[in-house]
Design a protein around this ligand. Sequence first.
Ligand code: FAS
Ligand code: PHB
Length: 395
Amino acid sequence: MTERTTVGIVGAGPAGLLLGHLLAAANVPFVIVENRSREHVLSRIRAGVLEQSSVDVLDRFGLADRLHAEGLVHGGIHLQVEGRRFHVDFEDLVGRTVTVYGQQQVVLDLMRRHDELGSAVHYGASEVTPVDVTGDEPHLRFVVGGEQHDLAARFVVGADGYHGVCRTVIPPEALNPAERAYDCAWLGVLADVAPSTDELVYALHPDGFAMHSMRSPSVSRLYLQVDPGEDIADWSDERIWDGLQERLGIPGWTLTPGPITEKSITPMRSSVASTLTYGRLFLAGDAGHIVPPTGAKGLNAAIADVAMLGDALTVAVGGSETALASYSDRALARQWKIQYFSQWMTDMLHLPGPSTPPAERDFRYRSRVGQLDFVTTSRFAQQTLAEQYTGLAIA
Ligand code: FAS
Ligand code: PHB
């Protein structure tokens, strides 16, 4: 039997779940289809920082109560090089802030609200297949609990991430992603220990990049630059803390270690599709683009896409598809500014890979020291960083 809805959404990550809420607020019927369990989606440790622009979106739809109660509002970040730590004061520079609130908490809030609304969210689906997306009535076919579903929709949204099925529906020559692979990766740890810093520290050291972030007053999140081929099994807790201490340590400051509860290595790459639209299929979030985490942009870019797409779909259901027709161009224009900023932050704060000749590695390090010395002594450069880090306008 064919079921019907207005918007079929593939993926119950932050993009898919948030889009559901924007459509619910406009009384636009939708169905979300997720191929993993609720528990698995919630278990993924991902982003940690929300731009002011993202907080504003969640506020607009009444989804930020716990964020405001438990999130940590930060007025800036620290940049560190050659033993010098400099505070970039966002509030002074651009009058905006960011909020430390883990992606897992955002997803939990979105899931709980969907439960309250009784939204149609299918977890644990298999054989999820968008069909006829270039026709007038696309379908989402999937199996849940052994039952085959055939869902007809006016629009299908691919919020299923970089490895999702929706990207594969778009012909390669149309998707045509522009890509960059960075010759470094991040070893990330969660530790049950109070952060040793008030706000995030981004540090460049001759051994490579390190960052001190956090999830709460009692949980720290820290990262080390490693080579892309590194095996996490080669990194004992002791080796990790030694590396963090070496790269983050400055005179008069102590990094307090604690029990590591999770560790993983994430490669760094950028990929941006040439289009986020194919017929009546629209991509949002990681399904359309991925970015190195140095600028804290992945989750925030997904929220921005959804804010634009949710408004455009709502207007389309109301009778005008003009905003929907320009969604891909508008979202990609904003995404390329994000790609530029993330590339700039990554190149400024990381050293080249292991195959780099010593003289070139030394040159690249010293030129980055010069860049950081410029940024930390130029208010104009700091304003440029602060404007982008706290989030560009969403329009
Ligand atoms: P997501 O990938 O979160 O969600 C897609 C959903 O679709 C998933 O639940 C998936 O199970 C589902 N799905 C996939 N295929 C499907 C199919 N065929 N059928 C149905 N469902 C399907 N960003 C930052 O800003 N800071 C960070 O520090 C950071 N760290 C990261 C670390 C890692 C290891 C990764 C992978 C990403 C990280 N990111 C970070 C980026 C990340 O936060 C993403 O930007 C964010 O999850 C994007 O959200 P979505 O677009 O919803 O995609
Ligand atoms: C995090 O807390 O996970 C985090 C913060 C800032 C980044 C990347 C990751 O740029």
